[in-house]
Design a protein around this ligand. Structure first.
Ligand SMILES: [Mg+2]
Length: 238
C-alpha cells in the first residue's frame, strides 16, 4: 500500500453518504416527482432539465439542505399545476419524513469509529444547514462516537484551512474520510492533508469531481470497515 498513514493523528469523517445514506432519499423523491409530472402529461426530460438548472442556482444562492430542495420542487409545481396536488403533498410529506428520521449507519460504522478512536482523535465535518445536519448527527448518536462535530455551509479549501488553523492542526497529521471527491477529497489534498475516499454509488451530481491519482496521500477503500486494517493493524502483519 502506497498510502502513508504514519504521522496521522486526527481523522475527520464526512457524515452524509459516508456514515449513513442520505442522497438516495433526494434521488428517490426527484424520480417520483418526475414520475408525477409525466403522469400529468409533462415531458419528463424537460422536468429533469428544469430541476437540474434550478438546483444549481438554488445551491449557489441559498446553500444545501432539504429546505432548499423542497423549495425547488415547489417552484416547479407552481408552474406545472396539472401535477396532482394530493400526490405532490404526499411526496413532500414522505421526503420530510426521510429527513427527520434517525439515520441508519452503514454497516460497522459505529464499531469502526470506536476502534479508531482508541488511536486517533476522531471528528465529523459535514456541510449543509446547521440545524438539519446537527439533527441527523444527534438522532444517530454520532456525536458520542467523536470528540467533536462541525457543520459548515461549504467544504472547500478555505473551510479545511480554517478548521485546521483554528485547532492548530498540521495538515499532514489530518486525514479526511468521505464519499465526495469534490467536497471531501480534493480540497483536503490541495491543502496538504491526507484523504480516503469511500465511494458511494448514489452520489449527488454536484459532488462529482475528477479523482486524483492514488499516491501516498490518497487512498480508495470499498467499505467503511476497511479503515481498520489501514489504521489499526500492525504494518509488519499486513
Ligand atoms: Mg457526503
Amino acid at each position: 500500500m502506497l498510502f502513508q498513514k504514519d504521522g496521522i493523528r486526527h481523522i475527520i469523517f464526512d457524515a452524509d453518504d459516508t456514515l449513513w445514506e442520505n442522497n438516495i432519499f433526494y434521488l428517490k423523491t426527484t424520480r417520483d416527482f418526475i414520475g408525477l409530472a409525466e403522469e400529468a402529461g409533462y415531458d419528463p426530460a424537460e422536468i429533469e432539465k428544469l430541476f437540474d438548472e434550478l438546483e444549481l442556482r438554488v445551491v449557489r444562492e441559498h446553500g444545501y439542505g432539504s429546505y432548499n430542495y423542497v423549495y425547488i420542487l415547489d417552484q416547479i409545481y407552481a408552474t406545472h399545476q396539472r401535477i396532482a396536488k394530493d400526490k405532490f403533498t404526499e411526496l413532500i410529506k414522505r421526503f420530510k419524513g426521510f429527513m427527520t428520521r434517525k439515520p441508519d449507519f452503514f454497516p460497522l460504522v459505529p464499531e469502526t469509529i470506536h476502534q479508531l478512536s482508541k488511536k486517533f482523535d476522531c471528528f465529523i465535518l459535514t456541510k449543509g444547514d446547521q440545524a438539519e445536519q446537527e439533527g441527523k448527527i444527534l438522532r444517530a448518536g454520532a456525536e458520542k462516537l467523536v470528540r467533536k462535530y462541525f457543520v459548515v455551509p461549504e467544504k472547500d479549501d478555505h473551510t479545511y484551512r480554517q478548521l485546521l488553523s483554528s485547532h492548530q492542526w498540521i495538515p499532514e497529521e489530518c486525514c479526511m474520510v468521505g464519499n465526495s471527491p469534490k467536497s471531501d477529497i480534493n480540497p483536503s489534498l490541495r491543502i496538504g492533508m491526507k484523504a480516503i475516499l469511500i465511494p458511494y454509488e448514489n452520489n449527488w451530481k454536484l459532488d462529482h469531481d475528477p479523482l486524483p491519482v492514488q499516491d501516498k496521500n490518497f487512498l480508495i477503500l470499498d467499505e467503511f470497515e476497511d479503515l481498520i486494517p489501514v489504521f489499526c493493524e500492525d504494518d509488519s502483519q499486513s
